[in-house]
Design a protein around this ligand. Sequence first.
Ligand code: SF4
Ligand code: SF4
Length: 442
Amino acid sequence: METQLSKESLASPSGRRANEILRRCVHCGLCNATCPTYQLLGDELDGPRGRIYLIKSLLEAPDPDRAATAQTHLDRCLTCRACETTCPSGVAYGELLEIGREVVERQAARSLWQGLVRRWLGRVAPSIRWFPRWAALGRWVRWALPSGLADALPRRPSRLAVFSADEHRSSPPAAAARPQLGLLHSEAPAPAPSARRVLLLEGCVQRTVTPATNTAVVRYLNARGMETVTAQEEGCCGGLNLHLGQTGQARRAMRRNLDALTPLLDQVEWIVSTASGCGLTLKDYGRLLADDSKYAAQAARAAAMMRDLAEVVAELDSEESPRAADPSASRGAAPTWRRVAWHSPCTLQHGQRINGLVEGLLTKAGYELAPVKDAHLCCGAAGTYSILEPELAERLKRNKLASLLAGQPDIIATANIGCQMHLASADRPVVHWIELLPSPTA
Ligand code: SF4
Ligand code: SF4
C-alpha cells in the first residue's frame, strides 16, 4: 500500500513503525473473511482493511471528523487478531491498532460519560486491591447498572473455588473440601522440595473470580515436581489498559509489574500464566518497552521467560520417559467428564499462535473433544469489550455458545479468565482446562 504519512507522524518511532506495517498491506481484503465484526455488520469500516485505511488516513493528515469516525470503528474492533492469522502478507494488525488507538485518542474527543467509564475501567478492573471490592458492591446494585456492566460482573466466585492456592501450598486439601464437580481426580501429593521452580502469575481478575484455577495449577505443578512461587507485589500486566488505548497507563503498569517480578527471575525457570491474555501481553513486553532505557532489558528478559501454562505442561511431558508419559501409567483415575468443547481464546490462538497443545493434553488425559464450528472466531469477551460494546459482545457470545454446545459436550474448557466469565451463562460448567487434567500420582 502506498503511504504518505505526515512529517509529524514520521518523526515518532511509532509513526515510522506504522508506516512499515501499512506498506505491507496489499489491500486484498482476505482478512475481512475471518473478521467477526465484519461478519456481523457487513460494513467495510468494521473490517480490518477498512480500519487499516482509517488509521492510515489519520497518520497522513489529522482530521477531527475522520478521527471521530475512526474512533467508532476502532472501538468496535475486538483486538482478536484473527485477521493477522489470515493475512498472507504478514501485516502486524495488532501493533498497528495499538498505534491507531493512541492517535485516535489524541485526535478525537469522547463524550463525558464514555470518557468517565473508560477511565474508571482502566483504573478499577486491573486493580488487585479495588477490583474485588467493586465486584462485591456491583453484585448488590446489579439491577441499577447498564446492561453491559451488569452482565460482565462475576455472579459468584467460581463454583470450583473451594480452597486457596496458599492453603494448598501448605497442605493437600481435605477430602470434604474438594471440588464438588469432581474435576480434580486424584489426591495430589504434598508439594515436594524441588530445585525446579516457576513464577506463577496470579492475575488481577482471575485470583478473585476463579481462584480454583490457580489452585489447580499449583496442585498440578507441585505433583510434577515444580514448585510455584508468586510475586507479592504482582500487579496488572497492562493488557487491559492497552486494549482501552491507554498506552501511558499500560506502560506504567508494565514497569510496576517488572519491579515486582524481576527480583524473582534468577530463582525460576519460567514465568507462567494461566490467562492467555496476560501471557500474551508479557510476551510482548520486550517490544512494548524497547525504547525505555531503564526497563528495556528487564522487559526483554521477562518476555523471553514467559510461557503459557500449556507450553509448560507440554514441556514437562516431553521431558518424561515414554512410560511415565503414558497417561495410564502416570495419571490418576479416569476423568469424570468425558466430552469437552474446547474454546481457544484469541489471545492463545491468534496472539500467541499456540494451536493444538491444549487439545493434545486433553485428549491424552482421556477426554473426547467435541467438534466446534468457527473456532477461530472471538466469543466477544475481549478485555472490556463486553462492557463497552454490549450488543455486539452478546451476539458474538450467542454464536459462540451455539457452536460450543452443538457437539453436546459435558463441559466447556478455555484458557482465559475473560472468556470464562463471558461464557459463564452456558447451561453447563465453563472451566480452565488445567482443572480437567488429573493430577499425576506420586
Ligand atoms: S489480508 Fe493482509 S494484505 Fe490483505 S487487506 Fe488484509 S491486512 Fe491487507
Ligand atoms: S482484530 Fe478481530 S475484530 Fe479487529 S479487525 Fe482484526 S479480525 Fe476484525
